[in-house]
Ligand binder design. Structure first.
Ligand SMILES: Cc1cc2nc3c(=O)[nH]c(=O)nc-3n(C[C@H](O)[C@H](O)[C@H](O)COP(=O)(O)O)c2cc1C
Length: 216
């Protein structure tokens, strides 16, 4: 095994080591509205859920890097979320993954990515930010907190206030996702992605069978 101390590495060296090894990461295609009402969409994979009570998502958003077309500027997603305090997390599956990744291109702020890549929008119920119609599941979020932990990076916490789910993915009686039918994409390092179609089931064994109840 090779040990690497992180203290003297450059930002990009750390980025490649971390993003190459923490994965697959879920992909949030985040929609948000700018001050003119234009809908922005961008993919974020430094993303996960952080709990149910309150139900929270966290998304780590960099500022645009030195090598980018808008060095040092806030990404549109972060700017819009701070201004409007609302956003929608659209989950990404096979049908939309290529278009979701295209939304990560260096579009100027006045271009609406969903329109540019051929995704359509539908009104949300509990927030004014639209969702991506083609997304299998969309989560309506209100800004809970922004943690600015460096000049270059913030973590946005969103409280989930509603969800929209394609009927075939919901077991309405049990109020559960039909996990066998939901096939989200995952992000690995760089331009590498994976499908979630190759499944295994592993159950946590009960430590004390006499008193424990096996988990579902
Ligand atoms: C699959 C994927 C995941 C990404 N994840 C992140 C991320 O977690 N944080 C981040 O700051 N940028 C991430 N990016 C880059 C942004 O999507 C990209 O900078 C985008 O242009 C930002 O758009 P915006 O200014 O409309 O928010 C990701 C890009 C792709 C393709």
């Amino acid at each position: 095994m090779t040990h690497i101390a992180l203290a003297n590495l450059s930002t990009m060296q750390k980025y490649w080591l971390i993003t190459g090894s923490v994965g697959p990461r879920p992909i949030a295609l985040v929609t948000s509205l700018n001050c003119d009402g234009l809908c922005n969409a961008a993919p974020y994979s430094a993303f996960n859920y952080m709990g149910e009570d309150p139900p929270l998502f966290a998304i780590a958003i960099d500022h645009y890097g030195e090598e980018s077309h808008r060095p040092g500027e806030m990404k549109d997603t972060l700017k819009n979320i701070v201004e409007r305090e609302q956003f929608v997390v659209n989950m990404v599956d096979e049908a939309i993954v290529e278009r979701a990744v295209q939304c990560g291109s260096d579009f100027p702020a006045h271009v609406s990515e969903p329109e540019a890549v051929g995704l359509s929008l539908a009104a949300s119920t509990s927030v004014s930010v639209p969702r991506v119609s083609e997304a299998p599941i969309a989560w309506e979020c209100r800004l809970y907190k922004v943690l600015e932990f460096s000049k270059q990076r913030s973590i946005v916490f969103g409280e989930i206030v509603g969800m929209v789910i394609r009927e075939d993915l919901l077991d309405a009686e049990k109020l559960r996702i039909r996990v066998d039918r939901f096939e989200p994409y995952g992000r690995l390092g760089g331009p590498n992605y994976c499908r979630s179609t190759d499944r295994v089931q592993l159950r946590v064994p009960t430590y004390m069978p006499a008193v424990g109840v096996a988990r579902e």
